[in-house]
Design a protein around this ligand. Structure first.
Ligand code: BG6
Length: 474
C-alpha cells in the first residue's frame, strides 16, 4: 500500500535534544509542506525533560522555516497545522511505565496498531534500553502483522569493531535488520546521492575510473568550528570515529565500489561492503593526527581544545586526522585515497578530488608542464562538480592554460537542495533502505580504523598541535 495512504506515528525518542530541534522537526515540516508525509500522521516527542504539548511546540516552532512555503500567511497556517500534530510525553528511557504512558498517548491522539517509526535521537549508551522498552510495550505480542514498525538510529554505532558488533547484536534481538535504519546523514546529501548517477549514468567517467587513469583521490572534510558545546561527547570519540569511520568511508565506498547489479538497496550495499572489505586497515604510518590549540583570529581569541572545560587537560583525543588508504583490488591497486577530517580549521567544506594521471609523451611538452586533469565534486558549501581541463588560452600564440567546466548547483538548478534529513526520513517512511548502513557495512568500516584507534590509545600517541583556524598540523 502506498505509504501516504496508511496512517503513521512518528515517535522521536530524545525529543528535547538538539538533533530533534535542529534537524528532525525542520525536516518533518519540510516534508509536510511538500505533501510527502502520510495524510494521517502524528508526531510524538518523548524525552526525560518535563514538558507539556504546548511547551514542546513552543520550543520547536522557532526551528521551522518557510523554505517551501515562502508566502507568510500560507506558511503560518501550515506551521499551525503541523504543530497540531506534534505532542509530547515525558518519561524515562528504561521505564516500561513511561513507555506505556507513551503508548496510551498514541492510542488517544495517534493511530494505534498502525505504522510506527521510532527515531532514536539519543546517545548510543541508551539505545538498547530504549529499544527494549519499545519492544516490551509496542511490538511484543502485537496482533498487527500488516503494519510495520521501524527504528532509526544515529551514529556513533559503537567505538570500535567489538562494541559495534555488540550493539548490532543487542539491537538485533529486538529489531530485525529489515526494521533497522542506521543513519549516516552524509548519504542523504544531494551531491553524495549523485555519486552513483555521475559514475554509472554517464558513459564518459567509468572507463577512466581506475588505476590506469587516476593518480589519487582526496576526500576532505573540514570545519571552522571547534568542539565547543560538544566536547563532552567528542572527547570520548575523536575525529576518526566522529567523521572518518562513517562519513568519509561511506564516500570512499561510493567513489570506489564496482557497479551494482541494479539500483536496489541490497545490490548497492553488497558492492559497498565488497569495496570496504578490500581497504587495507590503517597502520600508524598511514595517519597523522592533530589537536587544535588556542589562537587569536581577527581579534577574537579562540580556545584550544585542551582549554575546553569539558576536556581533561591531558586529553590525547584527535581533532584532526589525515590518512592514506590503500585498496587491494584490481581497480584501485596503487591509487592512494587521501582522507582528511578536521575541526577548527581555516574553512568549512567537504570535497572529493579525483586527480587524473598526467599525459606521458605529450605533443605539447615544449609549451611547458601540462597539468593533469582533475574532477572536483564539492559536497558543501556551494554544491558543484568541476572538471579541470587544459585549454588553449584565446590569442594568437599557443598558450595552454587550465580551465574549468563547471556545474554549480545554485545556478544550474531552480530546485531547492533538500536537507539530508528530509530525504532520509522520507526513505524510512517509504521503506527504501538504499541510503542506510547495513550491519556488514558497518563492520567492514570499523575493521579499517579499529587497529589504528587501538594503537593511538594504547601507545598514548600525542596528536600534533595546530593553531585554531589554521590549515592543520604540518
Ligand atoms: C556529525 C559530526 O556527524 O557531522 C559532527 O558528529 C559534524 O562533528 C557534523 O560537525 C557535520 O555535519 P554537516 O552536515 O554539518 O556537515
Amino acid at each position: 500500500m502506498p505509504y501516504r495512504s496508511t496512517p503513521c506515528n512518528i515517535v522521536i525518542i530524545g525529543a528535547s535534544g538538539d538533533l530533534t530541534r535542529r534537524k528532525l522537526i525542520p525536516a518533518l515540516f519540510s516534508l509536510y509542506c511538500n505533501e510527502l508525509l502520510p495524510d494521517q500522521i502524528s508526531i510524538i516527542g518523548f524525552a526525560r525533560t518535563d514538558l507539556d504539548d504546548q511547551k514542546f511546540r513552543d520550543t520547536i516552532i522557532r526551528f521551522l522555516t518557510c523554505r517551501y512555503e515562502p508566502e507568510q500567511n500560507k506558511c503560518h497556517e501550515k506551521m499551525n497545522d503541523f504543530l497540531d500534530k506534534c505532542v509530547y510525553v515525558s518519561g524515562n528511557y528504561n521505564s516500561i511505565d513511561s513507555f506505556t504512558e507513551l503508548k496510551k498517548r498514541i492510542n488517544d491522539i495517534g493511530f494505534p496498531d498502525e505504522n510506527t517509526l521510532f527515531y532514536m535521537a539519543i546517545p548510543p549508551s541508551i539505545f538498547v534500553e530504549s529499544a527494549n522498552s519499545i519492544y516490551h510495550t509496542f511490538t511484543k505480542g502485537s496482533q498487527s502483522q500488516a503494519r510495520w514498525s521501524r527504528i532509526v538510529i544515529e551514529k556513533p554505532f559503537g567505538r570500535d569493531s567489538e562494541s559495534s558488533k555488540k550493539l548490532i547484536d543487542s539491537l538485533s534481538e529486538i529489531f530485525d535488520e529489515e526494521q533497522t535504519y542506521r543513519i549516516d546523514h552524509y548519504l542523504g546529501k544531494e551531491v553524495i546521492q549523485n555519486l552513483m548517477i555521475l559514475r554509472f549514468a554517464n558513459l564518459i567517467f567509468e572507463p577512466l575510473w581506475n588505476n590506469q587513469f587516476i593518480d589519487s583521490i582526496s576526500i576532505s572534510w573540514t570545519e571552522k568550528i571547534g568542539c565547543e558545546g560538544r566536547a563532552g561527547y567528542f572527547d570520548n570519540f575523536g575525529i576518526v570515529r566522529d567523521v572518518m569511520q562513517n562519513h568519509l568511508l561511506q564516500i570512499v565506498a561510493l567513489v570506489g565500489m564496482e557497479r551494482p547489479d541494479n539500483f536496489s538497496a541490497e545490490s548497492i550495499c553488497d558492492k559497498k561492503v565488497e569495496l570496504l572489505r578490500a581497504v587495507n586497515p590503517l597502520e600508524l604510518d598511514d595517519i597523522t593526527v592533530g589537536q587544535y590549540t588556542k589562537s587569536s583570529l581577527n581579534g577574537k581569541s579562540e580556545l584550544g581544545y585542551l582549554e575546553d572545560p569539558d576536556v581533561p587537560n591531558d586529553s590525547i583525543t584527535e581533532t584532526y586526522a589525515r590518512a592514506t588508504l590503500s585498496i587491494n583490488n584490481d581497480r584501485w591497486q596503487g591509487v592512494p585515497f587521501y582522507l582528511t577530517a578536521g575541526k577548527a580549521l581555516s574553512s568549512s567544506m567537504t570535497e572529493i578530488r579525483i586527480e587524473f594521471k598526467t599525459i606521458s609523451n605529450s605533443i605539447f611538452n615544449s609549451y611547458g608542464d601540462i597539468k593533469s586533469n582533475s574532477l572536483v565534486i564539492r559536497v558543501q558549501p556551494n554544491e558543484a562538480i568541476e572538471l579541470n581541463i587544459i585549454n588553449k588560452l584565446p590569442g594568437l600564440d599557443h598558450q595552454l592554460e587550465e580551465a574549468k567546466l563547471n556545474l554549480h548547483y545554485a545556478s544550474a538548478f531552480q530546485q531547492i537542495v533538500p536537507d539530508a534529513y528530509e530525504r532520509l526520513i522520507l526513505d524510512v517512511l517509504r521503506g527504501d533502505r538504499s541510503l542506510f548502513i547495513r550491519a556488514d557495512e558497518l563492520d567492514a568500516s570499523w575493521n579499517i580504523v579499529t587497529p589504528i584507534l587501538n594503537r593511538l590509545e594504547q601507545e598514548k600517541i600525542k596528536p600534533k598541535p595546530y593553531a585554531f583556524g589554521s590549515s592543520g598540523p604540518i
